[in-house]
Design a binder for this molecule. Structure first.
Ligand SMILES: *Cc1c(COP(=O)(O)O)cnc(C)c1O
Length: 372
């Protein structure tokens, strides 16, 4: 049996009855598109964050894209973000017709280096798009100050940070709008594709509702272009509505797994293993458990021999991918991001990770690293 970095089956076994009941509830409701499940989840997800509005969409990529469009970002506009992210962040900026502009990340926590953002602002800059990567938040105060000074909007990419807090404030409550993914691996995961955009602005929310519904404000009549079909599915919404009640438990479970890794692996620092660090003011939710070692590839190969398949989030910085070769940054220009991509790897992390499996991972990793 191979151990993977993520596995939803233990959770499914534990929650099966509730999840199947969710499916049955929707199927028997008589309404399969934009019904009570979607509106119910939207209300609950907004309330969880203490915000006025949530619009459910079909996935996290479109949450970012529609979020930008709803905030008035489009062709000719520059959006400052990081290259050390899941490519969909950047795919979505591109999809909105805007131009991604990259800054580097910090060496210790791999998050956006906010000190570099001011120098990246040009007359065309329209938005800042911080990515709360791996489960902890970017330092928002300097971004908010820059946004105020240059009249920019802020869209938070919260796809990896459900329930994370920054100086006590939840991820998704610190900008003009926030994009979430509920891709199954995420901290709050659906059983398929799903996403949402949060905002406190009624105007932005109204635009989002039209954007996900062909550009229509009412049936059959388009009032706004571009329009999309980006609706959140009823079944996924009902599953999410139920799983949202357990979000804080999932976060606690992830923190327990992380604490155990830290305890069991801390002494390998002298063998070059760097464990995740939490930035000041952050409550980390450990979407992924990313560690660092200069001999990463040998470690991954060694772990494979123990039947443990590790992952790299992410092996290629976005700006080095051929699909983004047209963007401003050439390879070599974001040194921290590029160095990290060669040294990082992820250990198994999910709240239902059985202790016996974690033990096996820890024991194998110790052996592999000590034998290097
Ligand atoms: C997962 C993810 C996305 C994309 O979400 P999908 O639901 O897969 O479209 C965007 N940004 C980040 C940071 C992500 O981790």
């Amino acid at each position: 049996m191979t151990v993977h970095v993520w596995d939803y089956l233990p959770e499914y076994e534990a929650e099966r009855e509730d999840l199947l009941d969710a499916v049955d509830t929707v199927f028997r409701s008589g309404r399969l598109i934009l019904g009570d499940a979607v509106s119910g989840f939207e209300r609950k997800f907004a309330a969880y964050h203490g915000l006025a509005h949530c619009t459910g969409v079909d996935n996290g990529t479109n949450a970012v894209k529609l979020g930008l469009e709803a905030l008035g970002v489009g062709p000719g506009d520059e959006v400052i973000t990081v290259s050390n992210t899941a490519a969909p962040t950047v795919v979505a900026i591109d999809g909105a017709g805007a131009t991604p502009v990259f800054v580097d990340v910090r060496e210790d926590d791999f998050l956006m280096d906010t000190d570099q953002v001011a120098a990246a602002v040009t007359p065309r800059t329209r938005a800042l798009l911080p990515v709360h990567l791996y489960g902890q938040c970017v330092d928002m105060a300097p971004l908010r100050e820059l946004a105020r000074r240059h009249d920019l909007v802020i869209l938070e990419d919260c796809a990896q940070a459900h329930g994370a807090r920054h100086h006590g404030r939840l991820a998704g409550t610190m900008g003009d709008a926030a994009a979430f993914s509920f891709y199954p691996t995420k901290v709050l995961g659906a059983y398929g594709d799903a996403g949402a955009v949060l905002t406190d602005s009624a105007e932005t929310d109204a635009r989002l509702r039209r954007l996900r519904y062909y550009g229509m404000a009412e049936r059959y009549y388009v009032v706004q272009t571009p329009g999309h079909n980006s609706r959140l599915d009823e079944v996924q919404a009902e599953i999410l509505r139920r799983k949202l009640r357990r979000l804080d438990d999932y976060v606690r479970g992830r923190r327990a797994v992380a604490a155990r890794y830290a305890e069991e692996l801390g002494d390998l620092a002298e063998r070059g293993l760097v464990l995740p660090s939490t930035a000041e003011g952050n409550d980390h939710v450990h979407y992924v458990y990313v560690v660092r070692h200069p001999r990463r590839d040998e470690i991954i190969e060694g772990m494979r021999r123990y039947g443990i398949s590790l992952n790299i989030s992410y092996p290629w910085p976005v700006h080095t991918m051929s699909g983004f070769a047209h963007l401003s940054r050439a390879p070599g220009t974001l040194p921290v991001t590029e160095r990290l991509a060669k040294e990082i790897f992820s250990l198994p992390m999910y709240p239902s990770l059985p202790a016996s499996v974690q033990d096996k991972v820890v024991a194998a990793l110790r052996e592999v690293i000590l034998a290097l």
